[in-house]
Design a protein around this ligand. Sequence first.
Ligand SMILES: CSC[C@H]1O[C@H](OP(=O)(O)O)[C@H](O)[C@@H]1O
Length: 347
Amino acid sequence: MSEIRPIRWQEGKLLLLDQTRLPVDETTFVVERYEQAVAAIREMRVRGAPAIGVTAAYAVAMAARDIRASDRAEFLSALEQDCVHIRAARPTAVNLGWAVDRMMNVAESVDSAKEIPDRLVAEAEEIHREDEAINRLLGDYGKELMPDGGSVLTHCNTGALATSAFGTALGVIRAGWESGKRFEVFNTETRPWLQGARLTSWEFQKLGIPATLLADSAAGMLMRQGRIGCVITGADRIAANGDTANKIGTYMLAVLARENGIPFYIAAPTSTIDLALPNGDGIEIEQRPPEEVTRYGGVATAPEGVSAVNPAFDVTPHHYIDAIVTERGIASPPYTESLILAVNGGN
Ligand SMILES: CSC[C@H]1O[C@H](OP(=O)(O)O)[C@H](O)[C@@H]1O
């Protein structure tokens, strides 16, 4: 099976598998300027915390390519201005800001303005390469949590489409399956943007992993019936105490899992951990257009004029989370200690 790669850098252009068109059409959205990358992130043509970070890295490199200043200080000032727009594309996933910070640190380490653009392309490519390796490591650690002969439920899309390749929570499921374990897989549709129905189901079919799609509201009944052995999701930002922001509906699944005595896991690279944030109260939750709730595919699914709220994420308190799988191992409570070790490489 050829790996799904939603992001490709080719001859100075960023080629994105347009996720607003899946699963019906597999089309490439071509990005040549950083402004187009910002729009693609905001419009969710590319989405998923790690994928947003990789795309933001290339956006910084493209911004640098268009700056004409020869003076180093002027160049860096202009680049930081462009980075303000890149950082603002979507607020919740920490990976975006993490990638921009890393790119700006590299730019500031270069002595001559004319060398910055090429150096930044190289750094963006390195971030891109690192992400796949990290996901595979994470999957390898996490696969032990997959219940041979049992079942797992996942939410939203955390597969290759949410990263550079392989995925995070879906990568753990894939690694467990490819290690020879056999278990039932369930995935929620994930309203209103339908990442689960449109993207995760598509990825499981590509991987040859049988998976059963369910309405978000059916998850509680399946748990109560004993049909779900564990729940695993991704993350967009993990605070120092383990409070975790993820796709809207995750908190509901975590509370239902605890109520039914089912383990609830998070899978995320350490770049998603924000140790500067003591707890989840300070995580900015992206509010997306109400039309994503009241319409789908250009068709009204609610009466014209109805008001709607559309938070794209929620925060799951750390005490509902049984383990956090990272590329440096599985973190267990107390997360105030285990996440520091994970981020610092065990030291
Ligand atoms: C591997 S992180 C994927 C993460 O991102 C998703 O959000 P969105 O589709 O809005 O970018 C969701 O929270 C996933 O868990």
